[in-house]
Design a protein around this ligand. Structure first.
Ligand code: ADP
Length: 487
């Protein structure tokens, strides 16, 4: 799809509440910016407390009285599959909007983000008619059984790094279980979520089941979190916002699932297949412009291979093509916005000042748009800011190790625990580390392998609860125990 004329694709810019496209009650809008050229793509309705009130009432009604939770579960699954058919039919347009709004290479949106989103919704469509309780042999003459019922209205707040995919991770299990949804997409990237809502309606998802309220965190987001009509919050974003959400949701005792940041260790032993490990180290950090919560941002390399391995990784970084996300040869687009760009550049500066060696990158690319060179720091020490903090950009910190016990201690010496990876041909070493690394996902001889069936989530301050897989359904279900006296 050519970049010119893409504005014709932007058809949904209003709030989507109770099946209607409406302006914000305040009449306000906000600009969504193209991070490649810093120009306004569209003005989007800015939801606030009053709009959230409207959306929650619609979701509440759809849950308490509407057909969605009551319909034959197989029918719910069928409608979800139809929704995916419509996403598939529009995959090029959706990829173009995603790329325009987020800056990611259109080829990645087209071949990774959207196929994974479709896989996720189809996976959960398959679960719709397989959610079942159990019978329990209790004392006395009673029949005791459990029912698994939808948790109710889910407030879903998502970030800007994978807009379509995050919407799918949240909608898939919510729809399959019969919940209804009020979603707030990130203010940087509201456009594809709105288009998905349009496709959901076209597929036959009843009014009020999915409501989308674009807007800002402290206004629209906070209103969702505080609303007594919302039963559960599913949040993906920063730890700081998550702490705020935990405090704010305490008054109404909301169920919470939180998927937060990371500073994931990616560990390369001398006995690994070093070509594929180098590729894994490269993709592990640079995928999606480094804007992945599970980015392998701490690369631990065994001392004996350190220099030659780093050379391979630096070489791959130098070859990475940074530029226009609509050019099919582009590997890396711009960072999502000016705030992120400035934050990353300040970490690069800090890394240099703290004495790490900038082996490649470290500069802005061009003078328009938020492009940053793929950057690799060597001679990084554990206490440096670039080894401790989540940078959320294309900045890799390389650390040396020689002793395995010490490695485990250092790899785990972080408040985060989202992901980790190990590269080795030694099976027992791989399994020992898989056990000892305190992270929700451990990849062995691979990185960033995702599947809708495999649970994903954090240890420690990377959050709690799991998304994807059967565990992802649990977050949208309540267990009800029914005890019946028999005669
Ligand atoms: P990031 O740093 O990745 O932008 P944030 O945690 O700031 O992470 O944002 C993730 C999502 O949380 C966005 O949709 C944002 O608007 C929303 N958000 C930010 N602050 C709040 C808040 N106080 N309450 C609810 N949602 C919020």
């Amino acid at each position: 799809m050519p970049e010119s004329g893409l504005d014709v694709l932007i058809r949904q810019t209003q709030l989507f509440i109770d099946g209607q496209w409406i302006p914000a009650q305040s009449g306000k809008t906000f600009d969504t910016i193209n991070p490649s050229n810093e120009e306004v793509i569209a003005r989007v309705a800015e939801g606030d407390v009053a709009d959230v009130e409207h959306a929650v009432l619609a979701a509440r009604r759809a849950f308490d009285e509407g057909p969605w939770p009551r319909m034959d579960a197989r029918e719910r699954g069928k409608i979800m599959h139809r929704f995916c058919d419509f996403i598939e039919a529009e995959i090029d347009e959706l990829a173009a909007i995603e790329s325009l709004d987020n800056g990611k290479p259109v080829k990645d949106a087209r071949s990774v983000d959207i196929p994974l989103a479709i896989e996720c919704i189809r996976y959960y469509a398959g679960w719709a008619d397989k959610i079942q309780g159990s019978t329990i042999p209790v004392r006395g003459n009673f029949l005791c059984y459990t029912r698994r019922e939808p948790v109710g209205v889910a407030g879903q707040i998502i970030p800007w790094n994978f807009p379509i995919l995050m919407a799918a991770w949240k909608w898939g299990p919510a729809l399959a279980t019969g919940c209804t949804v009020v979603m707030k997409p990130a203010e940087q990237t509201p456009l594809t979520c709105l288009r998905l809502a349009y496709l959901a309606q076209k597929a036959g998802i009843p009014d009020g089941v999915i409501n989308v309220v674009p807007g800002f965190g402290p206004t629209a987001g906070a209103a969702i979190v505080q609303h007594p009509g919302v039963d559960k919050i599913a949040f993906t974003g920063s730890g700081e916002t998550a702490q705020h959400i935990m405090r704010q949701s305490a008054d109404t005792m909301k169920r919470l699932t939180l998927e937060l940041g990371g500073k994931s260790p990616n560990i390369v032993f001398a006995d690994a297949d070093l070509e594929s490990a180098a590729e894994g180290a490269h993709i592990g950090i640079h995928l999606n412009q480094g804007q992945c919560c599970c980015a392998g941002s701490r690369l631990f390399v065994e001392d004996s291979i350190h220099d030659s391995f780093v050379e391979k990784v630096v070489d791959l970084s130098r070859k990475r093509r940074v530029g226009n996300p609509f050019d099919p040869t582009t590997d890396q687009g711009p960072q999502v916005d000016r705030d992120q760009f400035e934050k990353i550049m300040s970490y690069i500066d800090k890394g240099k000042r703290e004495g790490a060696v900038c082996a490649t990158g470290g500069q802005r690319v061009g003078d328009r748009g938020y492009f940053i060179e793929p950057t690799v720091f060597t001679e990084v020490r554990d206490e440096m800011a670039i080894a401790r903090d989540e940078i959320f950009g294309p900045v890799l910190s390389v650390l040396r190790f020689s002793d395995m016990e010490e490695l485990v201690r250092r790899a785990n010496a972080t408040t985060y625990g989202l992901a980790a990876a190990v590269w080795t041909r030694d099976v027992s070493k791989a399994h020992i580390l898989a056990e000892r690394l305190r992270a929700g996902t451990v990849w062995v001889n691979c990185y960033d392998v995702f599947d809708a069936a495999a649970p994903f989530g954090g240890f420690k301050q990377s959050g709690f609860g799991r998304e994807l897989g059967q565990r992802g359904l649990d977050a949208y279900l309540e267990d009800k125990t029914v005890t019946v006296r028999l005669g």
